[in-house]
Design a protein around this ligand. Structure first.
Ligand SMILES: [Zn+2]
Length: 218
């Protein structure tokens, strides 16, 4: 983690506003080839945005000094789809992929805080989630990402890419997931329940249940 005490909340708000508002400054940098690839979700005339100078340090993330409180630490297990002693898995709201999940540590640690035991378990959890998501059926690949630039509580992103969806290959899938119509709620919940049940075959408790089953037994 990068302690960042040099910016107050007001500074952080100003910086967020600056990063999130449409920029009109363009550079003379050449366009990358991928803007012509079919996996790129946009078409038209593009220009490369002018790279901004770096700040002295990163802005504070949630759960670190100067940042907002950690929502993961405040969340109860029933806000997750599955949990065991050291790990919890949550689902996002329905997006344009069959299922989209977060893997989190139970403890408030970041990736570089993981001891050898948790680091080993992380590898197993990534593989278990890959298999559990594929158990939904019709999944071509499970995409895994770790950014961690918004929250300091360790979390990884998992996206189910539908089989045969050639336009969703590769690094643009997170954008497509935000662009395509969301998976219908009932299907989404059914998919989430499959993942939770698969994970619970090895350890922990499935909190998400197939529709029609009681939500108790946690
Ligand atoms: Zn936390």
């Amino acid at each position: 983690m990068l302690p960042d005490r040099g910016f107050c909340c007001h500074d952080r708000k100003k910086r967020q506003d600056r990063e999130m508002t449409p920029g009109r400054e363009t550079s003379s940098l050449p366009l990358p080839e991928f803007v012509k690839w079919s996996i790129f979700p946009f078409e038209g005339e593009f220009r490369v945005r002018r790279p901004k100078p770096h700040y002295p340090t990163d802005r504070p993330r949630t759960g670190e000094p100067g940042g907002p409180p950690c929502s993961a630490c405040a969340a109860a297990d029933d806000e997750y789809i599955w949990a065991d002693r050291n790990w919890r898995v949550s689902a996002t709201r329905p997006s344009g992929v069959p299922v989209q999940l977060f893997l989190e540590t139970r403890a408030h640690v970041d990736m570089d805080d993981l001891d050898d035991q948790l680091a080993g378990e992380l590898g197993q959890m990534i593989v278990r989630l890959d298999r559990a998501i594929q158990a939904i059926g019709g999944i071509g690949r499970v995409h895994v990402a770790r950014w961690g630039d918004g929250g300091s509580h360790f979390h990884m992103w998992f996206y189910a890419r539908p089989r045969g969806a050639g336009q969703l290959l590769g690094f643009c899938l997170p954008m497509w997931a935000m662009i395509l119509p969301p998976t219908p709620e009932q299907q989404w919940q059914a998919n989430v329940a499959v993942v939770a049940a698969e994970l619970a075959k090895v350890s922990g408790t499935a909190i998400a249940k197939p529709q029609g089953e009681p939500a108790g037994d946690r």
